[in-house]
Ligand binder design. Structure first.
Ligand SMILES: [Zn+2]
Length: 313
């Protein structure tokens, strides 16, 4: 008997790398990230942090929610020449992922088919066998810097009522919902394990496009916070492509509550490569390349454009 030890990834003739994206996001308006409903209140997801000063509650953009929004951004991407969305073209959705090796979404986000399934793909029936594609993209961070309390607001009508004919529900149903307050800063990161640059284009496209869509219901959206990195005012964003992680990882400790302290730490870590403090927007060596601030933003945009060229024409 021969034992299979291979991971199942096809051999490629281009290099594979690890990639990281580090960013500080800001909610420019109140945001709702649903957790559960208690006594008629829609509760936002929070985390409890133990610090030297005691326990505190912080708002949270959970990595799993960011991942879901990013994946849907790819499924809903328009394929220009065919008048369909990418997910429809590939027969790849949520929860019915296609798990095909050719799918740019499943290649990085992973996919699973538990039993033989017939799938309608653009009018043709495709038979798919049980298979697993291991995801190579993981999400982290998301705990707000400021320990601001959630705000609770009364809304006139629950969103589910808006789809009903007026004569069916003549009385608006008031409901209460919590929100993350505007102006909270959320340090986040994405990590990719052994992907090609072509595969990373989907990650860049999803990361940039998901910014406008984070949050449940309305309002939605975050921005990449701007502050001092190499220049005084630029996106607090770092992109790494590497075999060896030679840069310090700009990850904010959840127990830090001071914006000034958190951003100074993010900057200090972002500027540390191979034990040296760097002063330029791009640092490149044989095993590690880091793009910072506006250069990192442009690099992600370049990859995202490549994704559109590859899959959305
Ligand atoms: Zn797929």
């Amino acid at each position: 008997m021969t034992v299979q030890t291979n991971v199942g990834l096809p051999k490629v003739d281009v290099p594979r790398y690890h990639f990281d994206i580090y960013a500080v996001l800001e909610g420019p308006q109140e945001l709702y990230f649903g957790h559960e409903t208690q006594v008629g209140v829609n509760i936002v997801e929070t985390v409890r942090i133990a610090t030297e000063k005691g326990e505190m509650e912080k708002c949270y953009i959970s990595p799993t929610k960011r991942r879901g929004v990013e994946r849907r951004t790819l499924i809903w991407a328009p394929v220009q020449s065919e008048g369909v969305l990418l997910g429809d073209k590939l027969g790849c959705g949520v929860p019915h992922t296609c798990a095909q090796p050719t799918c740019p979404i499943c290649a990085v986000f992973g996919g699973l088919i538990t039993s033989t399934t017939n799938v309608d793909v653009m009018g043709k029936t495709e038979k798919r066998s049980p298979t697993t594609t291991i995801g190579r993209l993981v999400h982290g961070g998301g705990v707000a810097i400021q320990p601001q309390d959630v705000v609770e607001k009364q809304r006139a009508m629950h969103p589910s009522m808006m789809h009903k004919a007026p004569e069916k529900e003549p009385t608006p149903m008031p409901f209460r919902r919590q929100y993350n307050e505007p102006g909270l800063l959320y340090p986040v990161y994405n990590h990719c394990l052994s992907v090609t640059e072509a595969e990373f284009t989907a990650v860049a496209y999803a990361f940039l496009n998901a910014l406008a869509r984070l949050g449940a219901g309305n309002p939605k959206g975050v921005r990449i916070y701007e502050g001092k990195l190499i220049e005084e005012q630029e996106p607090l964003l770092v992109v790494d492509r590497y075999l060896v992680p030679l840069g310090k990882r700009p990850i904010t400790s959840p127990s830090v509550t001071s914006i000034r302290e958190a951003l100074a730490q993010f900057r200090a870590d972002a500027l540390q490569v191979e034990g040296q403090t760097v002063a330029q927007h791009e640092v490149s060596g044989p095993h590690f390349t880091r793009w910072l601030g506006s250069a990192a933003y442009r690099k992600l945009q370049e990859y995202a454009v490549q994704f559109a060229e590859l899959y959305l024409k």
